[in-house]
Design a protein around this ligand. Structure first.
Ligand code: PLP
Length: 492
């Protein structure tokens, strides 16, 4: 009897591996060297540059049917992609809150991609690495061993998970089946006016609606007004609502303000509310003993959301959610499924898989680049880096205060400085300055509104930033400010 021929004899090039590994190896080393060059020489590049229309058009081609040489594709990357990124790896990047990344993180991403591990579950050491990170995070925030943690894309998703676990705490696991509408309780949550927009979005996604989030006024330091918060809770309760959640901010997106976390924890305890902290970038200040003192109270939270990709410098993306009550966290997401059955032995062994703690089933190995970052640099060196960005913010504040042409717009709590060029038409002039500075390639501040007035905003997050980069930002602001003011007929 002859066996039928296998399909291998008829299909050429089914595998996507190269036929010539030595050629791929040489090309791969060139790609690696190009990225080392990029990081080593980044200071000499513009932070950002406007994108020519014809370049944009190159990324509107039809689906490629045939093959392209890897070297040719890489050449396109070097010419058309690499120079036109947003520039957050650059020491002159001060926009929004973006981490700078590191070469170590980049290399770890390569290792993770080569391994191509799927961290949804199953019995594998990559999950032990993620659990190691969970343990380190518990230690950092003084959480018990029963606390759970999970890598997610970013704090937007981590805040959403925090709201969902708080929802389980308030309505029981039945809410997963019946939905929020089935409950007679009308739940309300609280956050300050300085809270990030994704908190309201989380309320929306969780089925409560944005109106269920009460926006509480802030004090002159942009911290939540505790008296106003308490009044809102009492008035909602009197009106038959059920307050269930308060979201505190550790490092507000606008100015880096830290809500009074210990007082917030007291208040949450008194009113039996779930305390969730959005510590997107600020929470990692816990690495520094000096900043940790200012975050006191965070260790009493029920859940904390933060990013390793901001102050932690881990390459995008690496968000994290930490929940004190690990069992409740699991009860919020775990669901039986035949194809995800657990066994005592073999690859399906080990209970409590990461997919039991969040909405993702397939998940990348974000833990590896984070493990490498903490392992290679160590907590102390990362703390020094974080403290240095705060020292640079103090320096920028001093430079602003020393200039008659500039005005400080908000207190500097951590590493964010809001300021502007003085002008009769300041909103317009400063919007122009922001765009002028960005287009010059010298620096990249962003803008925000402080008390209805437009401000230039410099968030110093990048570990590569030095005092000379702050000087460049000041100089460029003054230069473009003078030019714009003159253009509008103002005399200096
Ligand atoms: C950046 C930020 C977020 C959103 O985090 P992502 O990682 O971008 O999803 C939420 N809150 C604050 C305070 C932030 O700074």
């Amino acid at each position: 009897m002859t066996l039928p021929k296998g399909p291998d004899t008829t299909l050429r090039q089914a595998s996507l591996d190269p036929t010539d590994w030595s050629e791929l190896r040489a090309q791969g080393h060139r790609m690696l060297d190009d990225m080392f060059d990029y990081l080593q020489q980044i200071r000499a590049r513009p932070v950002w540059q406007p994108i020519p229309a014809e370049l944009r058009a190159r990324f509107r081609e039809p689906l490629p049917r045939a093959t392209t040489d890897l070297a040719a594709a890489h050449a396109i990357f070097m010419r058309d992609i690499l120079p036109f990124a947003v520039g957050n790896a650059h020491p002159g990047f001060f926009g929004w809150v973006h981490g700078g990344g590191t070469a170590v993180g980049m290399l770890a991403e390569m290792l993770a991609a080569g391994l191509n591990a799927n961290l949804g579950g199953r019995d594998q050491i990559p999950i032990a690495v993620e659990q190691q990170l969970v343990q380190w995070v518990r230690e950092l925030f003084g959480f018990p061993d029963s606390a759970s943690g999970l890598f997610v894309t970013g704090t937007s998703l981590a805040n959403f998970i925090g709201v969902l676990v708080a929802r389980t705490a308030a309505l029981g696991v039945e809410v997963r089946q019946a939905g929020v509408a089935a409950s007679a309780k009308r739940l309300t949550a609280y956050a300050s006016a300085a809270a990030h927009g994704c908190v309201a979005q989380a309320m929306d996604l969780a089925g409560f609606g944005r109106d269920s989030l009460r926006i509480i006024a802030t004090n002159h330091r942009h911290e939540i007004d505790l008296a106003a918060l308490e009044r809102a809770i009492l008035s909602d309760r009197a009106a038959g609502q059920t307050p269930f959640l308060v979201v505190g901010t550790a490092g507000s997106v606008d100015i880096g303000a830290i809500d009074p976390l210990a007082a917030l924890a007291d208040l949450a305890q008194r009113h039996r509310l779930w305390l969730h902290i959005d510590g997107a970038y600020g929470a990692l200040g816990m690495l520094s003993p000096a900043i940790a003192r200012r975050l006191a109270g965070i260790q009493r939270a029920d859940s904390i959301a933060f990013d390793f990709h901001k102050w932690g410098q881990v390459p995008y993306d690496a968000g994290f959610i930490l929940v004190r009550d690990g069992a409740l966290h699991r009860a919020t997401f775990a669901a039986p499924a035949a194809y995800l059955r657990r066994d005592a032995r073999g690859m399906a062994a080990g209970s409590a898989w990461p997919c039991d703690y969040g909405p993702d089933l397939s998940r990348g190995f974000r833990a590896l680049k984070t493990w490498f970052t903490l392992k290679v640099y160590g907590a102390e060196r990362l703390a020094n880096m974080i403290e240095h960005t705060c020292a640079l913010a103090q320096y920028l504040q001093q430079r602003v205060e020393a200039s008659e042409a500039l005005e400080l717009m908000a207190p500097v709590a951590l590493n964010v400085v809001c300021f502007r060029y003085r002008s009769a038409d300041a909103d317009r002039v400063n919007a122009e300055i922001a765009a002028d500075v960005q287009c010059s390639g010298i620096s990249a501040p962003s803008t925000t509104f402080i008390g209805g007035r437009l401000a230039l905003r410099a968030a110093i997050v990048n570990h590569r930033t030095r005092a000379s980069d702050i000087d460049d930002l000041i100089q460029a602001t003054l230069r473009f400010g003078r030019a714009r003011a003159a253009q509008h007929g103002e005399t200096p």
